[in-house]
Design a protein around this ligand. Sequence first.
Ligand SMILES: [Zn+2]
Length: 323
Amino acid sequence: MPELPEVQTTVNGLKRLIGLRITDIWSDYNSLFYKGKANINDPAHFRIFKKGVIGAKILGVERKAKNIFIHLSSGFSIFAHMKMTGHFMHGEYEKIGLGWRAKRGKKSAGIEETRKNVVSEEEIIKNGSGLHDPYNRFVRLVFSLSDGAHLVLSDMRRFAKVALVKTADINSLPEISVLGPEPLDSSFTLSKFKEVLSQKPNGKIKTVLMDQTVISGIGNIYSDEILWRAGVHPESLVRAIPPARLSPIFSATRTLLKKGIDFGGDSMSDYRNIDGEKGKFQEEHQAYRKAGKPCTKKGCHGTIIRKIVGGRSAHFCDTHQKL
Ligand SMILES: [Zn+2]
């Protein structure tokens, strides 16, 4: 699931759409599970969504924790959470049969590069990169834009959330009002970090780091990497961590989330940026999905192990990450 760096990478990309108008919408999201909910999966909400969105100009794009807000001139905002497998892409698309496909052309990022390396068109289709990457083909939502291109949402497992909200009401939404501080804000200091952690003294540190009401934006990948770097066992209870060890967790949090953004996000799974391209943070993993591998920390002879902590897979070194 995309975490702060992936969502920020998407938001940074979406900012290129500011000033464009949304001229039309298409979607095949439709699930009875969402009946009555503010989600375009419910046809009743999709009708309201269309009214607030079609004809509106994109005024701004903002991230709050793992949520995306696209602010519109209609006084409404598109509220999106990519959940398990969703990602937005911008390019030229065309309707083929029941679905949409990226058009071949200069706006289909990654294609020219692919052509240099492969011989046949079949190979491009099979192994394509950019907008033709197989993970980019699950197009469930298409916004036609005034520049003639499209903003689409590819979502293999169909869990993404997209809804229409009043821009003025965003901070009072149930999902937003409960969020903890943004870890990359300048106001997020070591003392603020200690203060928010102290709300969950009996929690396990990995679980607490991933709790969106404590800190915004950290998920399974970055929590594993933060704790590996800080040398703290994921099952350590917050109240039992000596104050001197909180500082390395705080620094690792800021450093790794920034690094995640610098590397264009993490594409270990299906995350892609808005040009349909992979990020590179997965090449930096020292713990996440490294079970069975020797620990790479200098002077450490441990092994990375995997264990369920708070219902999630934790990956950590059995030697230098201390309880
Ligand atoms: Zn180690």
